[in-house]
Design a protein. Structure first.
Length: 140
C-alpha cells in the first residue's frame, strides 16, 4: 500500500492557546488544509468543482488528541480517502510530529453535494475520477 498524501505544517504561535499548546480548533484547519492540498495536487480546483455544480461537504468529524503540539513544532498531516459503495466516503488523517510522535488522528465522513439539488451525489468517486489528473491520490 502506498504512503498517504501528506503536507508539512509548522505550528504558529498565534495558533496556540493560553496553555501554550495548539488550540483544538486548529487541528481541524490543518486537516482541511491537507484535504484541499490533496485535491489541488490531483488537479481539482474549486472552480472546476463549481463548474460541475458540486462541492465537498463534511458530515462527521472525530478527532483523537494524542500529544500536544507547541509553537514551532513541525508536523506532517496525512490524508487518505476510503471509498465505500454509497454516497459517502471516509477520510483518515494523522497529524504527526517530524520525530514520528502522533499528535492527533482525525476521521471524517464526507460526501459530494449537488449544489443545485442540495443533495449528495450518488457516486462521488466518479466525480473525483473524472475531474482528477491523478485519481491514484484518492485511492482510485
Amino acid at each position: 500500500m502506498a504512503e498517504p498524501f501528506s503536507v508539512r505544517v509548522t505550528v504558529r504561535g498565534y495558533e496556540t492557546d493560553i496553555q501554550g499548546h495548539l488550540n483544538h480548533s486548529v487541528y481541524l484547519q490543518y486537516a482541511e488544509h491537507a484535504r484541499w492540498s490533496l485535491l489541488q495536487r490531483a488537479g481539482i480546483h474549486q472552480a472546476a468543482l463549481l463548474t460541475k455544480g458540486v462541492g465537498p461537504v463534511a458530515l462527521e468529524t472525530t478527532i483523537r488528541y494524542k500529544r500536544e503540539l507547541l509553537a514551532g513544532d513541525e508536523t506532517e498531516v496525512t490524508c487518505a480517502f476510503e471509498w465505500g459503495e454509497g454516497k459517502t466516503f471516509r477520510i483518515e488523517q494523522t497529524i504527526r510530529k517530524t520525530d514520528g510522535t502522533v499528535a492527533a488522528e482525525i476521521t471524517g465522513l464526507g460526501g459530494l453535494m449537488d449544489l443545485r439539488e442540495r443533495r449528495l451525489v450518488a457516486d462521488p468517486r466518479e466525480y473525483f475520477r473524472a475531474l482528477s489528473t491523478d485519481p491514484q491520490l484518492f485511492g482510485l
